[in-house]
Ligand binder design. Structure first.
Ligand code: GUN
Length: 167
């Protein structure tokens, strides 16, 4: 039985928007009452982004950590979410050469070691070479900048996922 506060429409909203933030349906749950009846994608994106921006640091960190590494073993094994798999494939990350794949693994490890979370980038409109260049570049950032950049990229990913739902 749903809790009294979980109306039919809240349940539908979570079913519809629960995957907009990777493995983080709490964003859709917390914003369900604000999203009810809305169909403008940009308004929905802003409400969900505000929820994340106002969340605790721990929750934000967990959200960043909910993202799989780019060009990782999970992708090869086919165990990513449908959204993540589509995004990575659209950037050609499922077709890395052996050399590129190795570069991604080295960068993923270095990045985790330095920041303690995965490198997140909205990759849908980027090439493998552009992603690798951004990766190298962002490794030079300090922790605070990179934390903010990861959240900003996550909002970009969310916006692209919402727009794709409207197509
Ligand atoms: N950019 C778009 N999708 C993803 C993802 O699943 N993981 C990471 N790290 N970045 C992404």
């Amino acid at each position: 039985m749903p809790a009294p506060s979980e109306t039919a429409s809240a349940i539908e909203i979570v079913a519809r928007f629960g995957g907009i933030y990777e493995h983080s349906s709490w964003v859709a749950k917390q914003t369900a009452s604000q999203l009810a009846g809305l169909d403008d994608i940009e308004t929905i994106a802003n409400i969900m982004a505000d929820c994340v921006d106002n969340a605790s640091n721990e929750r934000q960190l967990a959200l960043i950590r909910a993202h799989p590494d780019l060009a990782c073993k999970a992708q090869v094994a086919g165990v990513l979410t449908e959204n993540s798999s589509d995004e990575q494939s659209s950037a050609g990350l499922d077709h890395c050469s052996a050399d590129e794949y190795e570069k991604f693994q080295i960068l993923n490890n270095k990045y985790h070691e330095k920041f303690g979370f995965p490198f997140v980038m909205a990759v849908r409109h980027s090439s493998r070479a552009e992603i690798l260049a951004a990766f190298e570049n962002r490794l030079g950032n300090d922790h605070e900048i990179e934390f903010e950049t990861a959240l900003s990229e996550i909002h970009n990913i969310a916006r692209l996922r919402l727009r794709a739902m409207g197509d």
